[in-house]
Design a protein. Structure first.
Length: 503
């Protein structure tokens, strides 16, 4: 055991604000790809002859590779250098996107989506860790994380808008090709504008191969298990097998990380009470948010027949609210008040927004009276939560752990998204089924069936929104109890990491 040497002290790079633009552009591309293909899926299915049984793999192939390889990608960024990892990730992501756009059959598209996920798992933690090591001054860090947090939280909604626009105006293949253009711009920025601070060579970082296998397999099975549950149900044998195997593998992973000298995920990163609370806050918030995206998209397009483009535009208030909450509120206050003073009110605002959204109706869209205020309040609250929790999750992390700490933020988002989609979709479906059973006598003839089905669907969505509201209220409790940092981020810059680390 020895004390690692301090990182070289250097003046901040004068180009860091230009670099922020390209770092955020890379992150936006990854976040967009989680949802931009969703709206394009029906057209891709018809064009490539994808069967209904296999259509889920357009989404699942990406999610499995991305979620399973995030920790590996974060550690590789620590080993290779974040800038280099970002550039390799951009090139690989762009090439895979080009192949996906040119797909001639379903196998080619599925493979391209999996490769996209793998390179996304490299560039996403590289982008966040670059932000962590380039912006160290409290006020600058707050501004940078405000922009990044807004993109990370609102990018999924932007993906719905962009997917609808590209599919309706051009072709579903452009939901893939657009990544080539974004990656090219981000890559040019990485070459000419991003300069990674010098790294200490006194701390040895080695690749934990067994940790990669155990952790990656466990996380992939978590994502697949919950994705399968959304399709097959919780009682499905394959679903239960995946989730049990995931628990076993992740338990073995934690035990191995405890014993190994060069762990993939040093437990000191997640053992800190406030940082662990930040990761949990991100995961739970995403569970609630992804459920709301699913419900609202189906509600607008199925019940009130919005076009994909119109449905995408309908989510813009949430993006605006998130920008305000993240860049104008959280970024200004995080250096003045303790983190919990932002996280608790932000989560409670999100909970109130879900209660508003639960008032949707099958008889009228109620966009301006329900959806618009609900989305803008949700965005405002979640923008505050995401910016603060992401900042806290990487605050005080030793530079040689910045990549893997950033990967944990992305892992929390990915796992939360898989859990949220499956859990809330199941709750809503069961509530809709109960409504049909309890009210079937009200159907007087075939003409009443479409409206009755819409009523059942809206009832299920409302129950889902109420559950999402409860989850966000629980986020407020978690943040209030676990996150015990008593000073504004930046006021006390002493690293919480232990002084000694294995080398």
């Amino acid at each position: 055991m020895s004390v690692p040497a301090a990182e070289p002290v250097t003046e901040p790079d004068p180009r860091r604000w230009k670099a922020l633009v390209f770092i955020c552009l890379a992150q936006l591309m990854v976040v967009l790809d989680g949802t931009v293909v969703n709206i394009a899926l029906p057209d891709a299915k018809r064009d490539l002859g994808i069967s209904t049984a296999n259509q889920q793999w357009v989404i699942t192939a990406y999610a499995l590779a991305f979620g399973g390889l995030l920790l590996f990608g974060g550690r590789v960024a620590d080993m290779w250098g974040r800038r280099r990892a970002l550039m390799i990730g951009l090139v690989g992501f762009a090439c895979a996107s080009a192949v996906g756009g040119a797909a001639v059959n379903e196998a080619m598209l599925f493979a391209a989506r999996a490769v996209q996920g793998a390179f996304g798992a490299l560039l996403a933690p590289a982008a966040l860790s670059l932000l962590t090591v380039m912006f160290t001054q409290p006020k600058e860090r707050a501004r940078a994380f405000g922009v990044f947090g807004a993109i990370a939280g609102g990018g999924a909604a932007v993906g719905l808008l962009l997917g609808g626009l590209l599919t309706q105006v051009l072709d579903w293949r452009w939901t893939m090709y657009i990544n080539v253009a974004i990656a090219a711009v981000a890559l040019l920025g990485a070459v000419f504008e991003i300069k990674e601070p010098p790294r200490s060579t006194d701390h040895v970082v080695k690749l934990d191969v067994l940790g990669v296998v155990l952790g990656g397999s466990g996380l992939a099975l978590v994502v697949y298990g919950f994705s399968r549950a959304a399709e097959k149900g919780w009682a499905d044998g394959g679903t239960l097998t995946c989730l049990v195997a995931a628990v076993v593998l992740l338990a073995l992973f934690v035990g191995w990380q405890w014993r190994y000298s060069y762990p993939l995920l040093p437990l000191r990163v997640v053992a800190d009470r406030s940082r662990g609370g930040a990761y949990l806050t991100v995961a739970l918030s995403v569970i609630a948010m992804f459920g709301s995206f699913l419900f609202l998209t189906l509600y607008m397009q199925t019940v009130h027949h919005y076009t994909p483009l119109s449905a995408g535009f309908a989510f813009l208030p949430m993006v605006i609210g998130m920008l305000i909450g993240s860049t104008q509120v959280a970024a200004r206050l995080i250096t003045r008040v303790p983190p919990r003073y932002l996280l608790v009110p932000g989560a409670l605002l999100g909970s109130c927004a879900m209660l508003i959204l639960a008032q949707v109706s099958a008889d009228a869209t109620r966009y301006w009276s329900v959806i618009f205020p609900g989305l803008i309040i949700l965005g405002f609250g979640m923008g505050t939560v995401f910016m603060t929790s992401m900042n806290l999750a990487t605050f005080g992390v030793a530079p040689y752990d910045a990549g893997v700490a950033s990967a944990m933020v992305n892992t929390s988002q990915q796992v939360g998204g898989a859990v949220g989609t499956a859990l809330l979709n199941t709750i809503a479906a069961n509530a809709a089924a109960r409504y049909i059973t309890d009210h079937r006598d009200s159907v007087r003839g075939p003409a009443d069936i479409p409206h009755f089905q819409a009523l059942a669907m809206v009832h299920g969505d409302s129950v889902g929104f109420y559950v999402a509201a409860a989850i966000l209220a629980f986020v407020a409790v978690v943040a209030g109890l676990l996150i015990n940092v008593r000073h504004p981020l930046g006021l006390n810059t002493a690293s919480p990491e232990p002084a000694a680390a294995p080398v």
